[in-house]
Design a protein around this ligand. Structure first.
Ligand SMILES: NC(=O)c1ccc(NC2CCCC2)nc1
Length: 246
């Protein structure tokens, strides 16, 4: 998969993609991330990329033409069609379902704004969809772009060594994750739940599902309402609630 990032700090996102799982995807040619700087496409001596907002108000707005030229250069760098995504608080919330959709594409162009944002006419003319990673304001779209790159990259075939871990990611099932434990078995902070040491994989899978259901129910009731629970799921959730006197 090829991801082009348009940003005044183009190396930022590419560097974020250089670590861990995503870095390995890079090394193995499963993913390539290319940075493009609108300032390289700005006219005039000062290579202006922003200007004062019409109608007044604080800050600056990124101008159309440097971004349009930069997006054009990024788009032409590869013959395949690309989906252009603008990261902003005005976007639709990023969900695991959306991540899966993006991970299936050959190409993605991520547009990162700075200042107060981008001239709306550029968004209307060149952006396919706006995405938000959460209801908060960042100083630039680069961190949001890095989040998208990471979430997408780990779903690409061959990126995660143990393919199951991506599939088992609870968000794939629309639930929060179960708790995880490792050595030591005994510790002043408590012991590892015995079922996990039992070697009874069916029982372990049931226990983990019960924990995921219970945690989702108690921490994210909005998600539990959306989840399609089987009869067994409901029984496990009731058991979890009963064990906590909920
Ligand atoms: N929640 C988000 O995904 C998000 C994205 C971009 C941003 N800031 C950018 C947007 C235009 C200028 C700075 N803030 C927040």
């Amino acid at each position: 998969m090829r991801i082009d990032v348009v940003s005044l700090f183009p190396d930022f996102v590419a560097q974020c993609a250089g670590f861990g799982v995503v870095g390995r995807a890079h090394e193995r040619g499963l993913l390539s991330v290319h940075g493009w700087n609108p300032r390289d496409h700005a006219e005039g001596n000062y290579r202006r990329v922003d200007d004062r907002p019409f109608g007044g108000g604080p800050g600056m707005v990124m101008m159309i033409e440097p971004l349009r030229a930069c997006l054009g250069a990024a788009g032409s760098a590869d013959p395949r069609p690309a989906r252009t995504v603008y990261l902003s608080p005005q976007g639709r919330p990023l969900t695991q379902a959306k991540v899966r959709e993006l991970a299936a594409l050959d190409r993605l162009v991520l547009l990162c704004g700075r200042y107060e944002g981008v001239d709306e006419r550029l968004i209307e003319a060149e952006v396919d969809e706006e995405i938000s990673i959460g209801d908060y304001v960042l100083s630039g779209g680069e961190l949001a772009a890095a989040v998208v790159v990471d979430a997408v990259a780990r779903l690409l075939d061959g990126v995660l060594n143990d393919a199951d871990s991506a599939a088992q990611d609870s968000f794939e099932a629309g639930l929060l994750d179960c708790p995880h434990y490792t050595k030591p078995v005994e510790h002043v902070f408590g012991a590892v739940p015995p079922v996990l040491l039992s070697g009874n994989h069916a029982e372990i899978a049931r226990w983990r599902r019960m924990q995921a259901l219970g945690r989702t129910w108690s921490r994210r009731p909005d998600l539990i309402d959306l989840a399609t629970l089987s009869k067994q799921d409901r029984a496990l959730l009731e058991r979890w609630q009963a064990e906590r006197g909920a």
